[in-house]
Design a binder for this molecule. Structure first.
Ligand SMILES: *Cc1c(COP(=O)(O)O)cnc(C)c1O
Length: 497
C-alpha cells in the first residue's frame, strides 16, 4: 500500500519514505491511498492479544513495505513494561456506567504523546535504512509542551539520530519546561522561542521547506525529519489505542461487538482525533467523534460553520497543549472527505497561508457535520469540571482531559445521546499541578512546583508519577531562548557541534 501527498495526488511513496520525509516537498502531508479494513473475525481475534500484538496487526496492514520481523521489532521495543507503568499500556477507567476514561499517559513522560513517540524512533530508523541508508537523521520538533519531552525521551541516544526541540517561552507549564530543560542524552538540544506555539511550528515548517538549508545539511550527510504529528509515523501508532480500546471493551463485555461508541478527544493539532477517525475507517463502530477545544476554539467554529478562520485572539490557557490556532492534521481529514482532491486542498490551504482563512465546500461541510460534534470550554469551566469530577468520582483529571469531559457533558445535555463513550485522557494531572491544585480549592502562594505537588498529593490522596518525581534533582542543561527568525541558526549550530 502506498501513500500520497495531500497536495499532489500523483505522488506515490512507500510508508518508509513517508515516515522518513515527514512532510512532502510541496508542503503536503502523507496519507494512505486506501484504508485497510479489519473484518469482525480479525477484530474479535485481537481480544485475547496484548497491546503490542494488536499494534502488530495494525502496523502490518498500514506499513506493508516493512517485513514482519521489522514490525515485530518496532512494536516490541516500544510497548513493554520497561517503558510503560502498566502491562496494558493504555488503561481504561470508569467514571459513570458507560463513560470510560482512556488513560493514555502511562508512558515515560506522563502524556499521550508517548503512545506514538516511544515507537517512532524505531519506525523511523527502520524506514531510513530502506530509503536513505547511512544518512544521519536530524529530528526537528515544535512543541506546545508534551511532544517535545516525549520526542526527547524517544530519541535520546538513538544511533544515527539527533533531535532539536523548540518550545514557546511562556507557553508551557513549569513542569513541562523542567522536563525538557533537564533532558539527558548526547544527541539532544532544547531551545525556547520568544513567541507562541504557532510561531514555533511555522518556524520549523519554514526550515523544512527551505531547499538551500536542506542542501547545506545534505553536504554533511544529514537529512531533516519531523516528530510532529504531521509525520505519518506519529499518527499510525495513535490508531492502535482506539482499536485496542474497542476490542478491550468487547472483551470485558462493556460493549457488544458492533455496538457503536462515541469518542471524545481534547484537541489541538487534530492528530489524536484524526487517529480516531482512521480507527473508524478501519472498522471500529463509531457514532460521533467529539472534538473538544479550550478557548482557542478555532476548530469548534470550523466544525459548526465550515469556515476555518485563524484571525482571532490567541489565548494562553490552563490546557497549553491545546493552545493552537492552526490544526495541521485537519488537512488530512479534508483530503479524504473531498475524495482525494489535491486541487481543493491546495486552494484552501493556500488561502489559509495568505488570508488566514478558508471555507470548505457544502458537500465536505456536510460530511464533517455527520462525523463530528464540536464544543469548547474556557479555563473557569475547565477548573470547575476538575473539582466536580473529583468530588463526584474521586477521579483527578488533568486540565486537557477536563476540557473533554465538559464538552462531553454539554454534548450529552444538548443531544440526549446515551451512546457509550470513551473520553481520551491525554495527560497525568501532575503535569499541570498548579492549575489542578487551584481547581480543587488550593491557593498558590509559592513558586516551588514541588511544594504545590506535595500539597496536591495530600489534599487529593493521589500520587505524583515516578518520572515527574525524578526531575526534581536533575540539572537544568538548556537555558537558551531565541527570536523566531533565529531558529535555523540554532539548528545549524547544534548539528555542526
Ligand atoms: C498534544 C496534546 C493534546 C492535543 O493533541 P492533538 O493531537 O494535537 O490534537 C491534548 N492534550 C495533551 C495533554 C497533549 O499533550
Amino acid at each position: 500500500m502506498n501513500y500520497r501527498s495531500t497536495r499532489n495526488s500523483a505522488l506515490k511513496v512507500t510508508s518508509a519514505h513517508a515516515i522518513t520525509k515527514g512532510l512532502s516537498d510541496e508542503g503536503g502531508l502523507f496519507v494512505p491511498e486506501s484504508i485497510p479494513q479489519f473484518t469482525k473475525d480479525e477484530l474479535l481475534a485481537m481480544c485475547d492479544k496484548s497491546y503490542a500484538d494488536r499494534a502488530y496487526d495494525i502496523f502490518s496492514r498500514l506499513l506493508t513495505d516493512f517485513t514482519p520481523e521489522e514490525v515485530r521489532h518496532c512494536v516490541d521495543s516500544a510497548y513493554n513494561d520497561k517503558n510503560f507503568d502498566t502491562d496494558n499500556i493504555a488503561e481504561i477507567s470508569h467514571l459513570l456506567t458507560g463513560t470510560y476514561v482512556l488513560e493514555l499517559w502511562h508512558g515515560p513522560t506522563c502524556a499521550f504523546k508517548d503512545m506514538a513517540l516511544q515507537i517512532l524512533p524505531y519506525l523511523l530508523t527502520t524506514s531510513a535504512k530502506k530509503t536513505v541508508d547511512g544518512k544521519e537523521i536530524a529530528i526537528l520538533v515544535a512543541t506546545s509542551g508534551d511532544t517535545g519531552k516525549a520526542a526527547l525521551e524517544g530519541f535520546k541516544d538513538v544511533d544515527g539520530t539527533s533531535i532539536t526541540v523548540f518550545y514557546p517561552e511562556d507557553g508551557v507549564s513549569r513542569m513541562q519546561k523542567r522536563q525538557m530543560t533537564t533532558q539527558e542524552g548526547k544527541n539532544v538540544h532544547v531551545c525556547a522561542v520568544k513567541g507562541n506555539f504557532d510561531d514555533c511550528q511555522n518556524g520549523v515548517k519554514a526550515i523544512f521547506t527551505d531547499n538551500a538549508f536542506a542542501d547545506k545539511l545534505a553536504q554533511n550527510n544529514i537529512l531533516l525529519s519531523s516528530a510532529n504529528s504531521i509525520n505519518w509515523g506519529r499518527l499510525a501508532p495513535q490508531i492502535v489505542y482506539y482499536v485496542s480500546t474497542y476490542v478491550e471493551l468487547v472483551k470485558n463485555k462493556e460493549v457488544e461487538f458492533g455496538e457503536k461508541i462515541n469518542i471524545v478527544v481534547p484537541t489541538g493539532n487534530f492528530g489524536n482525533i484524526l487517529a480516531a477517525y482512521y480507527a473508524k475507517l478501519m472498522g471500529i463502530p463509531v457514532n460521533k467523534l467529539i472534538c473538544a477545544s479550550n478557548s482557542n476554539n478555532v476548530l469548534t467554529d470550523f466544525i459548526n460553520t465550515g469556515i476555518y478562520d485563524r484571525n482571532r485572539k490567541f489565548f494562553t490557557t490552563v490546557s497549553p497543549s491545546m493552545d493552537i490556532l492552526i490544526s495541521s492534521n485537519l488537512e488530512r481529514l479534508l483530503y479524504h472527505l473531498s475524495g482525494d482532491n489535491d486541487a481543493v486542498i491546495n486552494d484552501w490551504f493556500g488561502k489559509l497561508k495568505t488570508d488566514g482563512k478558508y471555507e470548505i465546500s457544502a458537500d465536505v461541510k456536510a460530511k464533517v457535520s455527520e462525523l463530528f460534534y464540536a464544543g469548547c470550554c474556557n479555563d473557569e469551566d475547565t477548573k470547575a469540571t476538575i473539582k466536580d469530577t473529583f468530588d463526584k468520582y474521586s477521579y483527578l483529571l488533568d486540565t486537557h482531559t477536563a476540557v473533554a469531559v465538559k464538552v462531553y457533558e454539554d454534548y450529552r445535555k444538548n443531544t440526549g445521546d446515551e451512546t457509550k463513550t470513551v473520553i481520551a485522557s491525554t495527560a497525568n494531572p501532575y503535569k499541570f499541578s498548579g492549575a489542578v491544585y487551584e481547581a480543587v480549592g488550593g491557593v498558590i502562594d509559592t513558586d516551588d512546583e514541588f511544594e504545590i505537588i506535595d500539597r496536591l498529593e495530600k489534599q487529593t490522596n493521589t500520587k505524583m508519577p515516578a518520572p515527574l518525581a525524578a526531575t526534581k534533582n536533575k540539572e537544568v542543561r538548556f537555558t537558551g531562548s531565541v527570536e523566531k527568525q533565529e531558529m535555523p541558526g540554532v539548528v545549524l549550530d547544534f548539528l555542526k557541534s
